[in-house]
Design a protein around this ligand. Sequence first.
Ligand code: AVJ
Length: 325
Amino acid sequence: MSSTLQATWLRDDDRRPPDNFILEVVQRGLAARPKRLPSWLFYDERGSELFVAICEQPEYYLTRCEIALMRAHGAEIAAALGPDVRLVEYGSGHAIKTDLLLEHLASPVAYVPVEISPEPLRQSVQRLGERFPDVAMQPLCADFTRALRLPIAPRATRRTVIYFPGSTIGNFEAADAAVLLRKMRAEMGESGGILIGVDLKKDTALLEAAYNDAAGVTAEFTLNMLAHVNRAIGSDFDLRRFRHRARYNPMAGRIETHILSSEDQVVRVGRQQVRFRENEAMQVEYSCKYSLEDFAALAHRAGLAVRETWLDPERMFSVQYLVRA
Ligand code: AVJ
């Protein structure tokens, strides 16, 4: 990845990024102009829980639409992937959609969830292992943007399919998204595929509502990044002095989430004192939205072709099956 803010620890037995690594990432991000922090910092245990709560908000259509789509087309999707698949899920979190795929797959060989946050990883493997006792569970606690050492499959595999639901690809700017897709292309091998959830461009009001739910769960999720950083490195961000802002940038085709400083203030981060001006905006997340044509062009840049596309009835969200071009 070209981003300087990516995680760089990668040993499979690491349970989490070392705190001194987080300190470095945070200090580097706060030294940038404008300030920015990488969105993977959202996902400590609390952040993962809050993300599950976001998915239950009425405004956050992404999860609802993707689940509806998987329910309607799960059998067809599984048929497209074929039998004896090794399923590798990037950023699996609580793996709430994985059941809808595994229940239709013909004799899947193994499930390899790749997740940065150890607790959701443990829970999902426990749950799926009970529900699908014939599928080998091979969890990897790692950052999926790094080169992965996939565990040896327990038996012959027809193809490796990388499952990347939830429009997490939207968190990467186009250039980084192409690099990530290329990495996936290499990892899946010659006969492999990528099953990817991609959120689609739509009316601005609907998009902005999804990232500004009335119950304030997204705002809490955003600010939890500061709480996570405080816990990890002992900084003293005061969450009451910051607020969440998410806006659609129609030119760039993305939701841009910022943490705004409500006042002029100084925050201690390690040995540094970092000043925030009143209303200064720190960038924490992009959620890129695509048209079907946009995404096909991105796939093409990564040496991939869209083999099949499935949409929910309202055409809000897509699940696409990519293979080598
Ligand atoms: C998990 C990255 C797809 O961008 O929609 C939800 C994360 N951020 N609400 C998204 C998120 C704010 C989500 N992704």
